[in-house]
Each structure stands twice: as structure tokens, then as C-alpha cells.
Design a protein around this ligand. Structure first.
Ligand SMILES: [Zn+2]
Length: 240
């Protein structure tokens, strides 16, 4: 068992530079400005896309690199959807998103993915890849990249049960479970995060988790609200 834990720790190892890609994250105003006049955009030298010149980029790890890492850690890793539809296919939610369970070295954690504006078959593949990336983050994969991106995001006011300056070096299993749930909710936007937060009974564990991760979770939820400004297409499920 401790052998498995040691293997799982490898998921936290930083990804090499050549496996890190750049994802443009325009604000609503930037997206709107380009929509009204595309000449206000530039062909970006960082990511190759056409977007507003002031867009911030987030580092992220692509699907191939992530799959490579999962295979390195556990060649028998697997995922499954949390729910199935009547045709026996993974069930997508009302936002075109998908909840999955990712199992690595016998440990299972939840993840959530969405199609990020893609349509058709690409939307399904993007959603699965996004869910895997999201679930793998619960194991620590590319966690440093998320932190880096979030440092630039504005903090919001809100419910904050933390003591000032509380530092949390290690989380208990109970706290980790709480954090996993809040992380997954934050991926679905601010409203989902708020609902998940409210659903957790007040406790010391909740306060500790929020003290250590609240600003990051809020920033993450906010990023996904912005990403949703480009309305995602509904998950198009193949009819069997
Ligand atoms: Zn760019």
C-alpha cells in the first residue's frame, strides 16, 4: 500500500517545460471587443490563436502529456463516468459537462470536465480530456500550474471562516475530501462553488480548508465563469 502511495506521489512531480502549453484566458470585455471588431485582435506569438493583445495565458498540461504521466504511475489507471444515460453512454449534465471517477493505484477521485466552446465529437473529446485533467489535479498532477495561474486572479469578498494568516501545511483525509469536492465544484463556476460550500456543515476541517484554498477556489470558479461567456455547445451524444 505504501508502495502505491509512493507511486501516487509521482503525479505531483512537475511537468517538463516541453509538456506545458499556453491557454489564452480572455476577459469578457476582451472577448466582446474582438467580437465587435476582429482587427483589435492579434495573432498571438505565445499560443498561436487570434485574440486581444492583453489576454492573460494560463499554463496547462495537454491530454497526451497527462496520459503519459498516468501510465507511468499506474499502467492500469482507469476512468468511468459518474452517471450513464439510457443508451449506456456517459451522461452529460445540463451544461454539456461530465463528472468522472479517475482511479490511479486503487485510489478514486472525482473530476469534472466541460467542452470549452467546442461542438460535436470534438466537444465530447474535449470534455473527457478536461475531466481527466481536473480529476488528475486532485492527485496533484500539474497543481503548481494551477497555483501559478491563480496568483494573478482577483480575490473576491465572501464567506471566509479563516483566521488571518492561517497556514496549512498538510490536510487530513477528511479535509482532502472536502477540498476535492470544492475543487470539483469550482470547476463548474462560482454558483456551484457557493452551493458546495454551503452544503458542507460548519466544522474545523471546513475552516482549515477554506483558509488554505478559499482564494484559489474562488479564482478558479471565476475563471470558469469567464470561460463560460463563450456559450458551450450541448454535449452531442451519439445515438446507439
Ligand atoms: Zn495567446
Amino acid at each position: 500500500m505504501s508502495d502505491d502511495l509512493a507511486k501516487l506521489a509521482n503525479l505531483r512531480e512537475p511537468f517538463p517545460h516541453n509538456q506545458i502549453s499556453k491557454l489564452p484566458k480572455p476577459t469578457k470585455q476582451q472577448t466582446e471587443a474582438i467580437r465587435q471588431d476582429f482587427r483589435k485582435g492579434v495573432r498571438c506569438k505565445v499560443c498561436g490563436a487570434w485574440h486581444h493583445p492583453d489576454v492573460v495565458h494560463l499554463d496547462y498540461v495537454g491530454h497526451a502529456a497527462l496520459t503519459d504521466r498516468l501510465l507511468d504511475v499506474d499502467s492500469c489507471w482507469s476512468w468511468e463516468p459518474v452517471a450513464w444515460d439510457d443508451n449506456g453512454l456517459p451522461r452529460f449534465d445540463g451544461n454539456g459537462g461530465l463528472w468522472i471517477r479517475l482511479t490511479v493505484c486503487g485510489v478514486t477521485r472525482l473530476g469534472y470536465g466541460h467542452p470549452d466552446g467546442k461542438t460535436g465529437g470534438d466537444a465530447v473529446k474535449e470534455t473527457i480530456g478536461d475531466a481527466l485533467r481536473n480529476a488528475a489535479m486532485r492527485f496533484g498532477a500539474a497543481l503548481d500550474l494551477w497555483h501559478k495561474g491563480d496568483l494573478h486572479a482577483p480575490a473576491e469578498n465572501g464567506e471566509d471562516e479563516s483566521e488571518d494568516g492561517a497556514s496549512v501545511s498538510a490536510l487530513t483525509p477528511e479535509e482532502l475530501t472536502l477540498l476535492n469536492n470544492l475543487d470539483a465544484a469550482a470547476e463548474a463556476g462560482p454558483q456551484a462553488l457557493q452551493m458546495a460550500f454551503t452544503a458542507i456543515p460548519k466544522s474545523e476541517a471546513k475552516a482549515r480548508v477554506w483558509a488554505a484554498h478559499g482564494p484559489r477556489l474562488k479564482a478558479m470558479a471565476d475563471e470558469h465563469r469567464r470561460a463560460d461567456d463563450n456559450p458551450p455547445a450541448p454535449g452531442e451524444e451519439e445515438q446507439a
